[in-house]
Design a binder for this molecule. Sequence first.
Ligand code: SF4
Ligand code: SF4
Length: 476
Amino acid sequence: MLELLTSFNNYIRLSNRIALFKNSNPFIMKFKLSKYMHVIDDPEILDSTAIIYSTRTGISIEMSKRVLDHVMSMNFDQIPDDIMAKIIQMEVFVPENQEELHEILESNKLGVTDSDKYLLTYVIQPSGNCQLGCHYCGQSHTNKVMSQEILDLSYQRIIEKYTAMRDTIREMHITWYGGEPLTGLSALAQLSYRLIEFAKEKGIKYSSDIITNGLNLKYSLFEKLVNDNQITQYQITVDGMKEFHDKRRMLKNGAESFDVIMNNIESVVHSALYKEKAHINFRCNVDAENKETVLDFIDYLQERGILQHISFYVAPIHDWGDNKATIKGVSKQEFADFEIEVYMRLLEHNRLKSTTVVPERVKKPCMVVSQTSEVFDAFGNISTCWEVPYTPYYDDTKYYSGNLLKDAKISTDNAHMRNWFNEIPTNDSWCKSCKFLPLCGGACPKDWYEGTPACPSFKFNIEDRLLLQRYINNQS
Ligand code: SF4
Ligand code: SF4
């Protein structure tokens, strides 16, 4: 096989590389087992085989236990060529003198720098208001929509960034967030119109998504958002069945929101426009209160003809801006176990892909590490993390870089958390010694700053995920 690989020496073809290992001359190159892997070899789980999952590459392989022994002992001569080829591709063996943590962090930095060269991403929060009064929300809402002055300054700052990088920038992506962004519709519509025109004029790609509560998302508005504002990706949160959703995501005056949101979504997902151009990702926040009803909710979405057209995921309610929302929460392990139940139910409805179950290599945990990503809110505040605006806990903290009205040219190059990858080797997080680092990049830097371990659910259910992936692949 003459497949070209990316690790170590890109110019060495695979057949040569297998030979390199099998004839390994101790004076030329020595190898060690990567610390970034997870092995399932428990006979109670798999009787005659074992799975190696490399978190450096997000690739897994199943083999006999006999071959596993040879891999773990690095008996290169005893490993069949086809498995050896995959194992090399997975970076299970690494040069003995390689400092792997350094290697992963440098590769992350390079990945972010590369994407920063061609991609500008902004989160714009055009309204500080929201119709809902969710108990777990850390924001404080006010009747504030982005003024014309702040809108102009936001536009100008994006254009200046583009101009400074115009030789390499090829793409601009805007995320509309809030408060509820659709309560700032006039600002959203005007700003996106101007940015779309600008992108057209410069010949760069424009795309955008929105995080909305779905309450205002009538089909007529959806049509405008897709056609006029090029918003094609929608994240909408519904917290399970009506009786639970309405207790948690009620209007500020206490009125129910479930029926309105679900009717909106139903008319959207059955439209030709949605099928052609848009996608909804359903988020369901989970805590001890609603956990038991989420599986019923999945069935309900199926019966209503919605599940077939959306993606669905669950998220644990977390402490946002010290609001103690986790007080009714479930533990990380309980949530991870429950997430597998959710996957199983989605699988029953044929709505689970094997590719979404096991995490892939991730070089950017979130926008904070990207030099070409910023957040603007309706007051003109500039930050680099989208959980900061409208959250009183962060007022007057270094999570804000500045304000457009005071200094429209302020730099965010060294904003709080921007240099997260440089901090990992010496900070208080557990990431420096964690085998999952290549998959999450440390997850949420802000959580670690606030003393809350940010570990994603896959840390707690990776074996179930790998077995589920194996099951799905064996069915197809
Ligand atoms: S620091 Fe955390 S909350 Fe902020 S954008 Fe990143 S992942 Fe989200
Ligand atoms: S956030 Fe958690 S799972 Fe991710 S690298 Fe850090 S310690 Fe590991």
